[in-house]
Design a protein around this ligand. Structure first.
Ligand code: DAH
Length: 366
């Protein structure tokens, strides 16, 4: 092999490397750090990958350099040492150049990663916003607590009912006029959404034998046009006590105790005669206004009294409908509106606000 080839070949390889390495040259030596500053993380990472590829291309097994190494054994003996050195030198140059540029890029990548992942521990944290129960639920829970403390159990019943539970068993026969104000939503033949929680009286008496004391809070439905005081869905609280020798005195005492626990010991109560098909006698229950204590204010519309709901002695026909002997047992029942009590307690003037589920409204009441 002629000495010309020996001298030239490494030069060609060097030139080829230098040409490709051109874009990385200023990443080494003086001012290297400055030279990479303009690269963002993705760009710097790409440059690193390309640099590694470049190095493999020029020093790897299939590189021109590797080809030259194979030639060493074939050059003339007297030139072999010099040729070998030349190639060694060339390899060192390529490796050192790419190592230096690699270090600069790596430092830059590390710096950018730290910056990206830096946490400012002095920044105020983001608090998770805690919700709270709906105002109707809050009132219902307070009511339940009071009745449970008086020995009542909380009873549940279906929201879809048959005529039997919603009307017949409650002494409201098909032609009875009391059915029309309680017109409700009918589903399939013979089924409808319950229009009153009084249905649970029947379920409870079928499930248990007297003596029994239950309350049944729950949703009821009526075909009402929504306005400030009406909503097609609202909440009622039913109460029922059946035992031997129960009188209206027990009814008044129980509800009065409930109201005193809810609104304070100064609360007074009164009955007004009324009519419900499932109670006899029946009475509306009023209590002295908790805001003005009976003097008359805006809340009680100047009367000093607030209407709570209906009540009375369980009608013998209702007891008979579930197979309880009215000669042995008597009982009282009551039915109040939970949303109404909620509105009074929180001073709301429109029932619909409770069911629009606007968090800005709801979060004021907890
Ligand atoms: N169920 C009646 C209604 O929805 C309320 C009611 C009145 C329930 C008198 C009773 C009661 O238990 O004794 O209008």
């Amino acid at each position: 092999m002629s000495s010309g080839v020996v001298g030239q070949e490494p030069e060609t390889v060097r030139k080829a490397f230098e040409q490709e390495f051109e874009r990385f040259t200023h990443f080494r030596g003086e001012g290297a750090t400055k030279s990479v500053e303009h690269l963002n993380l993705a760009e710097a990472e790409t440059a690193l990958r390309e640099l590694a590829d470049l190095r493999t291309r020029h020093t790897g097994k299939k590189s021109a350099l590797a080809g030259l190494k194979k030639l060493i054994g074939r050059v003339a003996v007297e030139e072999r040492a010099a040729f070998g050195q030349q190639i060694q030198q060339l390899e060192t140059e390529i490796i050192e150049a790419s190592e230096a540029a690699k270090r600069t890029l790596e430092e830059h990548v590390a710096k950018l990663r730290i910056e990206r992942e830096r946490i400012d521990v002095t920044l105020p944290g983001r608090r998770t916003r805690r919700g709270h129960a709906h105002p109707v639920t809050l009132i219902r829970q307070r009511i339940e607590d009071i009745f449970v403390s008086l020995g009542y159990t909380v009873e549940d019943g279906p929201e879809i009912e048959t005529d039997f539970y919603n009307f017949d068993a409650l002494n409201i026969p098909p032609t009875h006029p009391a059915r029309s104000p309680q017109d409700t939503f009918y589903t399939t033949e013979g089924f409808a959404l319950r229009s009153q929680t009084s249905t649970v009286q029947i379920h409870a008496m079928q499930r248990r034998t007297p003596p029994l004391r239950i309350i049944a809070p729950g949703k009821v439905f009526r075909r009402d046009t929504p306005d400030a005081t009406h909503n097609p869905m609202f909440f009622q609280l039913e109460g029922l006590l059946v035992d031997r020798g129960i009188t209206m005195g027990h009814l008044k005492g129980t509800v009065t105790e409930f109201l005193r626990q809810l609104y304070g010991p100064q609360t007074r109560t009164r009955f007004r005669p009324s009519y419900f098909p499932f109670t006899e006698p029946s009475a509306e229950f009023d209590f002295s206004c908790f805001k003005c204590n009976g003097a008359g204010c805006r809340l009680c519309k100047g009367s000093g009294w607030i209407e709570l709901g209906g009540s009375g002695m369980v009608h013998p026909n209702v007891l008979r409908a579930v197979g309880i002997d009215p000669n042995e047992f008597s009982g009282f029942a009551f039915g109040f509106g939970i949303d109404r009590m909620c509105m009074l307690n929180f001073g709301l003037d429109d029932i619909r606000l409770l069911f629009e589920n606007d968090v800005r409204f709801l979060e004021q009441f907890n």
